[in-house]
Design a binder for this molecule. Structure first.
Ligand SMILES: NC(=O)c1ccc[n+]([C@@H]2O[C@H](COP(=O)([O-])OP(=O)(O)OC[C@H]3O[C@@H](n4cnc5c(N)ncnc54)[C@H](OP(=O)(O)O)[C@@H]3O)[C@@H](O)[C@H]2O)c1
Length: 359
């Protein structure tokens, strides 16, 4: 990629964290392209969103081969060039699994698809390398050793610096670590998982031992639960919103779910959270929801989704809310949502931090 730099990166008040136990530093809020960049948003508006993010301290951008059948990568790559961003200022992540076309070898985590898929993603992105390449889902039809070796080959070629997982079970991540250790290869460094006030079991309970054993990181998605946690669906589905557009069958099911008993309970909790956020924290419920995920010690970055630049700016106000989430405030939030998972049992043994000190 040519280095005609037109914009210097200014981190502003963004905070940076290590991605898992790796040395890579990622902004606590990053930006992703699923259902937006290249899917519902094209051309200059994509540039406006990415430029706004970059100008406000976001230097990490997440995409996938499958997002809009490759168009998300195409749009992101085009905008990075047009804006003249310095490659070394950026952390770019993409994901492989579903491919962009049908075919027996055009998807999954075989050596063939991992290598061919990586090359195609880089072409669409117009980049020489991505910083992190994710296995977008586990592939039970391929031996783990083949997948681990293939991601290591991609790293050895310089096409990616690290590899990671998305929506893998703790057992699958454990197996990848076991195989990598046995073979003296690089293990995955982080998991891209859903984590929000209504989806907590896996990131807060199932993965707990991975955080402790491997310092596994998380790049969290859907922190706003598709936008529900902005409160915009509290009184119905607003025109033009993600759940109004309904271009995917499963999004229709999410929309329909809002009028079920379970959906109504959820909306009532969001209304209670809205009041709590406004009255006790002086912020919007979206800021509370984003800050709540960012506040989790195992979160490396929260990947924002945005269909407009204003949403990026609004969501970054969550940075100011993170320090307000004291243990007492977190307890009140847990009481409102009632979704806290039990976690791994200690059988009376006190919890110690990684240095052996009591928490
Ligand atoms: N690995 C995976 O399997 C996986 C899965 C999902 C997502 N991801 C990654 O995570 C990223 C974020 O996921 P997500 O899009 O589901 O996140 P999300 O934060 O739950 O939803 C983002 C959507 O909420 C709405 N929104 C955001 N901020 C708003 C605001 N301030 N006011 C009103 N509405 C607002 C926008 O939709 P509208 O304006 O259209 O209503 C926006 O597109 C994706 O882009 C992708 O990179 C990964």
């Amino acid at each position: 990629m040519s280095e005609e730099v037109k914009m210097e990166f200014d981190a502003k008040n963004m905070q940076f964290r290590r991605l898992g136990s790796s040395g890579l530093r990622v902004p606590v809020f990053s930006l992703g392209g699923w259902l937006t960049l290249g899917a519902t948003v094209f051309g200059d508006p994509v540039k406006d969103i990415i430029k706004t993010a970059f100008e406000n301290g976001i230097n990490m951008f997440d995409t996938a081969e499958a997002y809009a059948k490759g168009q998300s990568e195409v749009e992101m790559g085009r905008v990075i060039r047009e804006l003249g961003l310095r490659r070394s200022d950026l952390v770019i992540t993409t994901k492989l699994f579903w491919g962009v076309r049908p075919g027996p070898n055009a998807s999954g985590l075989s050596r063939k698809h991992i290598i061919e898929g990586t090359k195609e993603s880089l072409q669409r992105l117009q980049l020489d390398y991505v910083d992190v390449i994710f296995a977008h889902r586990p592939d039970a039809t391929v031996p783990m050793e083949e997948t681990v070796r293939a991601f290591n080959f991609v790293i050895d070629q310089g096409w990616a610096f690290y590899w990671a997982t998305s929506e893998w079970s703790a057992q699958e991540i454990e197996e990848a670590h076991h195989v990598a250790t046995k073979l003296g290869l690089s293990a995955p460094i982080a998991e891209q998982c859903e984590h929000n006030l209504f989806h907590r079991e896996r990131p807060e309970s199932e993965y707990e031992l991975l955080y402790r054993k491997y310092g596994y990181g998380t790049t969290v998605f859907s922190a706003l639960a598709q936008g529900l946690l902005t409160g915009k669906y509290n009184d119905g589905i607003p025109p033009g919103s993600r759940l109004d557009v309904k271009y995917q069958e499963w999004l229709q099911r999410v929309a329909d779910g809002l009028s079920t008993e379970e959906g109504k309970v959820k909306i009532n909790k969001i209304k209670a959270l809205t009041t709590f956020a406004e009255e006790e924290l002086g912020c919007k419920v979206a800021h509370l929801a984003l800050a709540w995920v960012a506040r989790n010690p195992n979160t490396s970055t929260v990947i924002l989704g945005a269909s407009k630049p204003e949403q990026v700016i609004d969501n970054l106000k969550a940075l100011e809310v993170i320090p307000k989430l004291t243990p007492e405030v977190l307890k009140k939030i847990d009481d409102i949502v009632g979704t806290k998972p039990a976690g791994v049992p200690n059988y009376g043994r006190p919890e110690l931090d990684p240095y052996g000190r009591p928490y």
